[in-house]
Ligand binder design. Structure first.
Ligand SMILES: [Zn+2]
Length: 310
C-alpha cells in the first residue's frame, strides 16, 4: 500500500522549517532556514515557504495537504498572520497563495496548538486525552487538548499562556506591550536578561561581569556561579511553577510537556524548580516532562493536523 505524506511548516520569528512527513510520523526530509525579514511586505515569508515546499515535494509521494504551525496571532478564517509582534510585517498571507500554487488543502494553526497535537499523535501524549504543551523560547506559548479535543478558541489563538499574569512585585511590561506581569515578560529567552538585571538591582547585588544574553545566565549557572543559580532555580523557577500551577487548575491535564530552546538547552534549570514549587491544589498532579520530539514538535503537529483532516 502506498504511504501518505504531509508537508509541514514551522513558521517562527527566527527560523522557518519545512518537512515532508509520513503518516507514521517519520520526517523524510527537512529544510531549516533563517526567517527572512527584509522590506515591509510579508509576502517575502510566503515566498520563502513556497520555495522550501517546492524543494521537498517528491514526484512519487502521495501528499495529502500542507499544515502550517505559525507564530501568532493568527487569523484563522482569513488564513494569514496579522501584526505579529516578532516580525516587521503587518500581514503574512499563507492559505490562499499556497493553495493556488500547490493545489492542496492548506491548514493553519497557532504553533503551540500544533505542538500539543504533535505530542498527542507522535510524542509522549499518545496514551492521553488531556495534555498541555508549553514552549519557552524567545516567547512563551502553549497548546491544550482537553477530553481528546484540541482547544482552538474563537480565532484559533486559545492557550496564549505566555500572556497570563503571574507576577505583580516587579510588574514588568511584557514584550506584547499589552500588559504587565505576563509570564513571557520574565521567563522567555527575550526577557530573561532584563529580569535578571532588575532582580539584581532590587536585591542590591553587584556582579563582576554582566551577561549580555539570556544564554549566558545559564552558562554562569552551569559553571556553578551562585547568583545565577539562585536566580534561575528560585526566582525564575517559582514563576514558572506558578504558571504551570495555573495550567493544571485550568485544564486538569494528565501530562504537561515542555519544549522550546530555553527548556531544551537547560532542562536541569527548568524542570526541578517547577516540581519543587508547584501548587498541590489538585490531589493528583500531572506528569511533567521535556518533550521527546524536541525541535520537530511543531512540524509533526502540523502534519498530524493534515492527517486528521484528510
Ligand atoms: Zn504579554
Amino acid at each position: 500500500m502506498k504511504e501518505n505524506f504531509a508537508l509541514a511548516v514551522d513558521l517562527g520569528a527566527t527560523k522557518i522549517q519545512s518537512a515532508l512527513i509520513s503518516e507514521g510520523g517519520e520526517i523524510i526530509e527537512k529544510i531549516k532556514e533563517e526567517t527572512k525579514k527584509e522590506g515591509k511586505d510579508g509576502k517575502i515569508i510566503t515566498k520563502q515557504i513556497i520555495s522550501q515546499l517546492k524543494r521537498l515535494i517528491k514526484k512519487e509521494s502521495e501528499i495529502l495537504g500542507i499544515g502550517i504551525g505559525s507564530i501568532g496571532p493568527i487569523d484563522y478564517k482569513r488564513g494569514e498572520i496579522k501584526n505579529t509582534p516578532n516580525l516587521p510585517f503587518k500581514k503574512i498571507p499563507l492559505i490562499s497563495p499556497l493553495k493556488k500554487i500547490f493545489g492542496l488543502p492548506v491548514f493553519l494553526l497557532n504553533d503551540c496548538n500544533a505542538g500539543v497535537l504533535g505530542e498527542k499523535y507522535f510524542g509522549a501524549g499518545k496514551k492521553f486525552e488531556n495534555l498541555v504543551y508549553v514552549t519557552i523560547s524567545s516567547g512563551i506559548g502553549g497548546g491544550a487538548i482537553v477530553n481528546g479535543k484540541l482547544i482552538l478558541g474563537k480565532g484559533g489563538n486559545a492557550v496564549e499562556i505566555g500572556h497570563m499574569i503571574v507576577e505583580t512585585k516587579y510588574n514588568l511590561m511584557c514584550s506584547c506591550k499589552k500588559g504587565k506581569g505576563h509570564w513571557e515578560a520574565y521567563c522567555s529567552g527575550n526577557n530573561l536578561l532584563r529580569f535578571f538585571k532588575v532582580w539584581l538591582k532590587e536585591r542590591k547585588i553587584k556582579i563582576n561581569r554582566y551577561p549580555k544574553k539570556a544564554k549566558e545566565i545559564f552558562e554562569m549557572a552551569k559553571r556553578g556561579e551562585k547568583i545565577a543559580k539562585e536566580f534561575l532555580l528560585k526566582e525564575v523557577g517559582k514563576i514558572n511553577a506558578k504558571a504551570i500551577s495555573n495550567l493544571i487548575v485550568a485544564y486538569d491535564p494528565e501530562l504537561i510537556t515542555l519544549g522550546g530552546a530555553v527548556v531544551l538547552n537547560n532542562p536541569e534549570f527548568i524542570l526541578p524548580p517547577i516540581e519543587k514549587y508547584i501548587d498541590h491544589f489538585l490531589p493528583y498532579l500531572p506528569k511533567i516532562k521535556i518533550t521527546p520530539l524536541k525541535e520537530d514538535i511543531i512540524l509533526l503537529g502540523s502534519a498530524a493536523f493534515v492527517f486528521l483532516n484528510k
